[in-house]
Design a protein around this ligand. Structure first.
Ligand code: GLV
Ligand code: MN
Ligand code: MN
Ligand code: MN
Length: 398
């Protein structure tokens, strides 16, 4: 199976025919199909699939004589709602293709190579981005993770149980991490910053997610006078506008891309609204200021309407600087490719707290991501595979 055949097999899974967007939420049927695809590709290559306690999968290539800490690569298979085809899967498909390339050339790695598919990277189902890698590295409390709920109110614990995993067993796994010498994640670039086909990541900017709960009073849209309303939509609207203003003021970006309205009826004043804020910026202080500004604006907008506001931080990741030695080694191996930071979060950012970590980016000519127009040309994808193979060859040689 070459890169293009693997890609073609994966392409229809979870794709909405009308929009071309993907919906591969963790442990929903399309994502389970992606997991089955992963297991098939591993089996085809004679790789052993390890299912860790946190829902992550790793396909191991352990050639004879390979020993010591492994080189881990891969990415994730889940998607945002209406996402593109490349964010996540490109890193997994490229990893299998890079192994094929090394085998075709008769390369015998002296270290094991693992292909990872991390669970719930986008946090699209349970709200916390990189949930699988956070659990693995101990950056989220397992009790908190178990209690996370999806849009239907199902807990993460319940979903794990139905997937055949023990919810009580989730959490940090030093045994697995001790077997990993370094992690290299290949990913589609998510802006237009990359001029050549392939680049190396320098850093991930600080980013996080915050939930604003507005509690008002449900009532009839026709019979309730304006003076008698406690309408949570009004401060919610204020919060959305405040996010834009706060981002401009603080030199950050801020997005309200998700809202839940209860009960969500045309002719009913909402009783409650929940809005999610995604904020990212050059440093912690700027991001924190942005969130504080939005919070203050939301409260000021809620007060005259008798609406209560609660703010909860769902996840936060400070600046991630990738391992300098590893980054330089990649750049050297690839002959001076561009080195660039990113505003997107990745499992690599979480893993980097525990193992030397680096990232390879593949050019995205549209600059669009988390949307159907996300794209990478096949020639660039193949350049990415070649680059990853060269990096794996180098890192497993000694
Ligand atoms: C994940 O891709 C994120 O950056 O939100
Ligand atoms: Mn993404
Ligand atoms: Mn991704
Ligand atoms: Mn991501």
């Amino acid at each position: 199976m070459g890169f293009e055949e693997m890609w073609a097999d994966l392409l229809p899974l979870g794709r909405d025919a009308a929009t071309g967007g993907y919906r591969r939420f963790a442990w929903t049927p399309p994502e389970l199909e992606c997991r089955a695809w992963f297991a098939d590709e591993a089996r085809r290559r004679g790789l052993d699939v390890e299912h860790d306690a946190n829902g992550n999968m790793i396909a191991w290539w352990r050639p004879e004589g390979a020993r010591g800490p492994a080189v881990l690569t891969g990415s994730h298979l889940d998607s945002v709602p209406g996402g593109g085809a490349f964010d996540g899967p490109l890193g997994v498909v490229s990893a299998f293709a890079a192994i094929d390339l090394l085998r075709d050339r008769g390369v015998r790695p002296r270290r094991p190579v693992g292909v990872a598919a991390f669970a719930e990277e986008e946090g699209a189902r349970f709200g916390v981005a990189c949930l699988g890698s956070r659990l693995l590295t101990g950056t989220i409390d397992p009790a908190r993770a178990r209690a996370l709920t999806d849009a239907d109110g199902r807990t993460f614990a319940d979903v794990l149980h139905h997937a055949g995993l023990d919810p009580e067993a989730i959490g940090p796994d030093d045994g697995l991490l001790d077997r990993v010498g370094c992690f290299v994640e290949l990913h589609v670039e998510q802006g237009r910053a990359l001029a050549g086909p392939v680049g190396v990541a320098s850093a991930i900017v600080p980013h996080g997610r915050w939930r604003f709960d507005f509690a008002g009073e449900g009532n009839h849209a026709g019979t309730t006078g304006l003076a008698d309303r406690r309408d949570p939509m009004l401060p919610f609207a204020g919060m959305v506008l405040a996010a834009r203003e706060a981002a401009e003021r603080n030199g950050t970006v801020a997005t309200v891309g998700k809202v839940r309205v209860t009960p969500n009826g045309v002719n009913a004043i909402a009783s409650a609204v929940t809005g999610w804020l995604d904020a990212r910026g050059p440093d912690d202080a700027a991001v924190r200021r942005t969130v504080a500004d939005v919070d203050a604006a939301a409260r000021a907008a809620a007060r005259p309407h008798g609406v209560a506001v609660e703010l909860a931080e769902e996840s936060y990741t400070g600046i991630v600087g990738f391992d300098l030695d590893l980054r330089d080694r990649l750049a050297r191996t690839l002959g001076g490719v561009p080195v660039l930071p990113t505003g997107a979060g990745h499992d690599a950012g979480i893993l980097s707290a525990r193992v030397p970590t680096a990232m390879l980016f593949v050019r995205n000519p549209t600059g669009v991501s988390h949307a159907p127009a996300e794209h990478a040309d096949t020639a660039d994808c193949l350049a990415g595979v070649a680059a990853l193979a060269a990096v794996l060859d180098d890192l497993t040689a000694g």
